[in-house]
Design a protein around this ligand. Structure first.
Ligand SMILES: *[C@@H]1O[C@H](CO)[C@@H](O)[C@H](O)[C@H]1NC(C)=O
Ligand SMILES: *[C@@H]1O[C@H](CO)[C@@H](O)[C@H](O)[C@H]1NC(C)=O
Ligand SMILES: *[C@@H]1O[C@H](CO)[C@@H](O)[C@H](O)[C@H]1NC(C)=O
Ligand SMILES: *[C@@H]1O[C@H](CO)[C@@H](O)[C@H](O)[C@H]1NC(C)=O
Ligand SMILES: *[C@@H]1O[C@H](CO)[C@@H](O)[C@H](O)[C@H]1NC(C)=O
Ligand SMILES: [Zn+2]
Length: 794
């Protein structure tokens, strides 16, 4: 993207262009006609709409969103300024305290101010309620004053405050923070401060906090056109450039500019070196200003010593044995999930503005290591396993699902970032799998992360979402990472519903969420009406005229019965493949209607490494079993379900049936075995729930017919853990059972087809030495007798 280097940008000019829509004409002369969009995917073949172009309709997500908007409206914004004012030497109103939690003057202070600005800007973009913009404008203006007051001290201008907090003189101009500049600079040479709580000599993710503040300011600019936020964030970027090149020059031990090795060493420091997605904001500032130094700042964050190269080469080293730690031994054996996921979002942004392919490859490969190899049914990742260091925020070894869920896990802000990464990857490589994963995380862990109750002073968000059986969620999280990202998640539900090709020829309908897209540039309004995921159909009504390809997502979880009509006429079924997009290409007229029916089914998802450890899915929604397992805390519920299946293999007809609904319309289910209640994961309360259960199917049975033969397992084909789990053989000894493999072939068109499948699997088990010929014969004979048993109820 060399053209950016040559062009000098005028922010004011950019703003004027902004008034006509998402597509901004930048520069002049030779590059006239080059379109740029702000934020993720600025140069990608597929691009987002601005948040204010999509309005959310009534439904589950709007309910969640409105609760967090209530918090954003009522929470006292002056609390966010207290610590900044202290550093700037500005006074604070009496009786106003900082938010608390990690936002209490400790070493992570300041990050929540950024999140709150992002959330306010998104809340405003949604319905244009001036209230949110006014609150945001006030914060930005106060922060601008703080930034100016700090920089003014370089010229000997003293603050009016007697507070010793503001006695320090900055090294470089433009710094803004809730802590002294020194808390950032000391991370690097010559001091190499390490993680800890001393305000004098420790550090805690200072660049993570810088990122959050900068992100908040950029979002204020993008979503509300706050040009003061633009000015403040560019000054912060100027400061960051000097901090990461010249560095700590006023320190007595200073030896010169930072080197690549110095930067690598900084980023390898556990938690202290965590920089979040700092590298995502600098390419955006490069796009806005045209100043190439900001792209270099983004690259300064490359984690070159212990991860980046391996990601480019697709060598999964998220967890390594202690004696194989790469680099100078500073990085931990298990990488910290939420430290690294956002780094790869930043690499994508570098790719978008430098065109260097290795940044894209790194992001794509890294994502593939996490999903599916470390992904849980709720869309989350990471956890402990026997023999691992006791920290559930760290990645588990590859392919370890079942043995990493026995304890708390799945940090919410990691899923927030996984969604950002999946979405951003999709902008470049339009693989529907990214959207299947996005949808899973959105309707499960993210939707569930907000309690279904109101509060004016507590965000009521989750940190971990425990996956251990019979555990409950804790809601709160003032001042934490997840309490920050949560404010953002629930105010941007419309961000991925629709995307468009850069040339405006194609509209992607990715998610089934009630919403209205106002696509001014193209002259279309698309209204989507649906109760999804409480209901399983959607209706899109077109206003506007013209040629357009509408790519409608066909979810991978569809089993049968997906139907699309345009103006009541069926689109032929054989064109529809789950896990792809269906292209509806035509010249649309006002009043055209697309309807899609995507029947939900109960699906059983097995853990990769231990298939008897299972989750129940209802369409995109994880169902949780209610209550404490009868075996006591930490044990799993055990269920036998094959006896209830008919030839169609449909669990929802008898094994796990819908038996009611909540007042809000959330479906409630009952299991035939053990009579347990199950409900959608997204319901936000603190009841004891289980996301996983153990499948126990001791005998080969067909309906009520018992073959008298044990339902044995085949353990071949299980993954081999890349790093061992203490006490757990790898591959494990809990492979799929005989009945698992038979029912994997369902639905069966006829009873004969069923008997054929039984015979084939039984023969294979004989071949593998699992069953004797006599056992095989007994099984096949009983299958033949089971015609009545297995006939689906009509
Ligand atoms: C954004 O702000 C600038 C400067 O205040 C103004 O000229 C412009 O019209 C605004 N644009 C929009 C879309 O409000
Ligand atoms: C200090 O007070 C003077 C006079 O009231 C004011 O002009 C100046 O902006 C103040 N400085 C700071 C850093 O608040
Ligand atoms: C770091 O600062 C604390 C006080 O905050 C002090 O007790 C400790 O000795 C210092 N450590 C080092 C290594 O200087
Ligand atoms: C140190 O970095 C600054 C800022 O990038 C640069 O201007 C200067 O030339 C560098 N000095 C050396 C010796 O490389
Ligand atoms: C989409 O991604 C999935 C998962 O990585 C992969 O299996 C599949 O082949 C990809 N599809 C295409 C069309 O590239
Ligand atoms: Zn978190």
């Amino acid at each position: 993207m060399a053209w950016l280097d040559k062009v000098s940008f005028s922010p004011r000019r950019l703003l004027r262009a902004c008034t006509v829509g998402a597509a901004v004409l930048v520069g002049s002369g030779a590059i006239t006609g080059v379109l740029a969009d702000l934020g993720p995917g600025g140069t990608a073949p597929v691009r987002p709409f601005r948040l204010d172009q999509v309005r959310l309709g009534d439904g589950l997500l709007q309910e969640k969103r409105d609760r967090i908007k209530g918090f954003l409206r009522d929470y006292d914004a002056r609390k966010f300024l207290v610590l900044f004012n202290n550093q700037a030497g500005r006074s604070n109103p009496a009786g106003v305290d900082p938010p608390g939690g990690w936002e209490d003057g400790g070493l992570l202070s300041g990050h929540w101010t950024g999140h709150f600005m992002t959330a306010l800007s998104q809340a405003y973009a949604d319905q244009g309620e001036e209230f949110f913009k006014d609150k945001l404008n006030w914060m930005v203006n106060e922060l601008a004053e703080c930034q100016d007051a700090i920089t003014a001290r370089m010229d000997g201008e003293l603050s009016n405050s007697s507070s010793s907090d503001s006695s320090w003189i900055p090294t470089h101009p433009g710094y803004l923070g809730a802590l002294p500049e020194d808390t950032v600079l000391r991370l690097g040479p010559p001091r190499w401060a390490v993680y800890g709580s001393s305000l004098d000599n420790n550090t805690w993710a200072p660049w993570y906090t810088q990122h959050k503040i900068m992100r908040g300011l950029l979002d204020a600019y993008y979503n509300t056109n706050n040009t003061q936020a633009y000015d403040v964030v560019v000054k912060m970027a100027d400061w960051a450039y000097l901090a990461l090149t010249v560095g700590d020059k006023n320190h007595a031990g200073y030896t010169g500019n930072l080197t690549r090795d110095d930067l690598n060493y900084m980023w390898d420091l556990y938690i202290g070196g965590e920089f979040g997605g700092a590298n995502e904001v600098f390419p955006e500032i490069y796009q806005l200003t045209g100043d190439a130094k900001h792209l270099n700042t983004a690259k300064a964050f490359d984690n070159r010593e212990s991860l980046f190269g391996a990601a480019v080469e697709d060598r999964d080293i998220l967890v390594v044995p202690k004696n194989e730690i790469p680099g100078r031994g500073r990085r931990p054996e298990r990488l910290h999930a939420n430290t690294h996921v956002p780094q790869f979002i930043g690499y994508l942004r570098v790719f978008e503005f430098s065109g260097e392919q290795e940044y894209f490859e790194a992001a794509k490969n890294f994502y593939g290591w996490v999903v599916p190899h470390r992904g849980f049914a709720n869309g989350g990742t990471s956890g402990n396993y026997p023999g691992s260091t006791n920290n559930v925020e760290l990645f588990q070894n590859r392919d370890n699902i079942a043995n990493a869920i026995a304890q708390d896990g799945s940090e919410t802000c990691t899923t927030y970032n996984l969604l950002k990464l999946a979405r951003n990857l999709f902008l470049h490589e339009h693989n529907a799998t990214y959207m299947d994963n996005y949808e899973r995380g959105l309707f499960n862990q993210i939707a569930a992360s907000r309690a279904d109750s109101e509060s004016a002073d507590d965000p009521l968000l989750t940190y971990f979402q425990p996956l251990s059986p019979g555990s409950n969620r804790d809601y709160g999280n003032t001042g934490t990472c997840c309490g920050g990202t949560g404010q953002e998640s629930h105010t941007k539900y419309q961000e991925t519903v629709y995307l468009r090709s850069a040339d405006d020829s194609t509209l992607y309908v990715n998610l089934f969420i009630p919403s209205t897209l106002n696509w001014e540039d193209k002259g279309f309004v698309i209204e989507q009406e649906t109760t999804f995921p409480r209901g399983d159909n959607t209706k899109l009504t077109v206003t506007g005229e013209g040629q357009l390809d509408i790519n409608l997502r066909v979810p991978a979880w569809i089993r049968k019965g997906f139907e699309v009509t345009v103006n009541g006429e069926a689109v032929p079924g054989d064109e529809v493949k789950p896990g792809t997009y269906l292209t509806l290409s035509r010249t649309w007229q006002t009043g055209d209607v697309i309807e899609a029916r995507m029947p939900f089914s109960i699906r059983i998802e097995r853990a990769l490494d231990r298939p008897d450890t299972q989750a129940i899915m209802w369409g995109p929604v994880l169902l949780q079993l209610l209550g404490n397992p009868s075996g006591g805390s930490g044990s799993f519920w055990e269920l036998s379900l094959y006896q209830y299946l008919k030839l169609d293999g449909d669990y929802s007809s008898a094994a796990i049936t819908q038996t009611g609904a909540t007042a809000s319309g959330d479906p409630l289910f009952t299991t035939a075995d053990a009579n347990l209640k199950a409900r959608p994961y997204y319901i936000g309360d603190a009841q004891a729930v289980s996301s996983y259960f153990r499948r126990v199917e001791p005998k080969v049975v067909f309906g009520s017919l018992d073959t008298g033969v044990a339902n044995l397992k085949r353990n071949d084909g299980l993954p081999n853990y890349d790093v061992p789990v203490t006490g757990i053989p790898s591959p494990g000894i809990d492979g799929p059972t005989f009945l698992d493999l038979v029912w994997d072939e369902a639905p069966f068109a006829t009873h004969d087809a069923f008997v054929d499948a039984v015979t084939t699997v039984a023969d294979a088990f004989v071949g593998a030495g699992v069953y004797t010929a006599d056992e095989r014969d007994a099984i096949v004979a009983k299958a033949g007798e089971a015609e009545q048993e297995l006939a689906p109820e009509s």
